[in-house]
Design a protein around this ligand. Structure first.
Ligand SMILES: Nc1ncnc2c1ncn2[C@@H]1O[C@H](COP(=O)(O)OP(=O)(O)O)[C@@H](O)[C@H]1O
Ligand SMILES: Cc1ncc(COP(=O)(O)O)c(C=O)c1O
Ligand SMILES: [Mg+2]
Length: 276
């Protein structure tokens, strides 16, 4: 039986919760066939868990992209890209891929890590990636950087940022309020270019949400490969990640990854969708 083919152009999170590890686990849970073009390897200091990001040689990235694209892919997502050159190469790969099922997760920082990646990356993402996006999935900080508005602090400010990001070329935008937004629920804003929707689920008190953003974007990617509409894809992704966060767990004293396979095992919390 042939499966839908999903590609992630992303970094390796050696701790397994985020990055290409989250993407592959999530692709598998959605019944798609996952492939990876690896950009960087993230390792952690065993004492204190400080992140270290090591880019792979770009010739090696290009060879991986050529390999994966030669199979004919049904959807592609980007994750941590880390340098302007990698962002440009990813953009060229997507333009060549032949699919319009393109999810840009504009990863700029790791949760719990203050080191913001090179600001030139934001401009490179705007130039090379946003115009190709069927959906882009910034968190609050990333949305503020892309829109040039500073981090949104309310639903109204999220709407303003989403409009700007849409004007930059992304066909649809999900700004993830997550637990940073001061709302009772875990609230994300979805803008399809015409209508705004709030996607809401119970806010989980736990801090075990490492990899939530990657898992959300990978779910959207697999759903698009499987033929769902963009709106259906983001709603299912919200259910999928809500279940994964509700069952997040402590890997060690430093990090709590989401449980990528929670929805199929335990079901998903309710998600409400409201047009605003
Ligand atoms: N504590 C939480 N409870 C429920 N949902 C959450 C929680 N934290 C994040 N989410 C959801 O997880 C998804 C990823 O969001 P977020 O963690 O902000 O992204 P990122 O990992 O990219 O920073 C979003 O749908 C967000 O609303
Ligand atoms: C390789 C890699 N990609 C992406 C991320 C971003 O993860 P999140 O899903 O928490 O936004 C991380 C964070 O550690 C990472 O290591
Ligand atoms: Mg993220």
């Amino acid at each position: 039986m042939a499966l839908k083919k999903t590609l992630t152009i992303a970094g390796s999170d050696t701790s397994g919760g985020a990055g290409m590890q989250a993407d592959l686990k999530t692709f598998q849970e959605h019944g798609t066939y996952g492939m990876v073009a690896l950009t960087v390897v993230v390792t952690m200091d065993p004492n204190g868990w400080t992140h270290n990001v090591t880019p792979l040689p770009t010739e090696l990235l290009q060879k991986q992209i050529d390999t994966a694209l030669s199979t004919g892919i049904d959807a592609v997502k980007t994750g941590m890209l880390s340098t302007e050159e990698i962002i440009r190469i990813a953009g060229e790969a997507i333009a060549k891929s032949g699919t319009s099922n393109v999810v840009i997760d504009p990863v700029m920082v790791c949760k719990g890590d203050d080191e913001v990646l090179n600001p030139g990356n934001t401009d490179a993402m705007i130039q090379h990636l946003l115009p190709l996006a069927a959906v882009t999935t910034p968190n609050l900080f990333e949305a503020g950087q892309l829109a040039g508005t500073g981090t949104p602090k309310s639903i109204d400010e999220m709407k303003t940022a989403a409009k700007k990001i849409h004007e930059l070329g992304a066909k649809a935008v999900v700004i993830k309020g997550g637990k940073a937004l001061a709302t009772e629920k875990a609230t994300d804003l979805f803008f399809d270019g015409a209508t705004f929707y709030l996607l809401e689920s119970e806010k989980v008190a736990s801090t075990f949400n490492h990899g939530a953003g990657c898992t959300f974007a990978a779910s959207v990617t697999a759903n698009l490969a499987n033929g769902l509409s963009v709106k259906e894809a983001v709603i299912e992704a919200k259910e999928f990640v809500s279940a994964a966060i509700a069952h997040g767990w402590a890997l060690n004293d430093y990090v709590g990854p989401v449980m990528h396979g929670a929805k199929s095992r335990f079901g998903a919390p309710a998600v409400t969708v409201t047009e605003i």
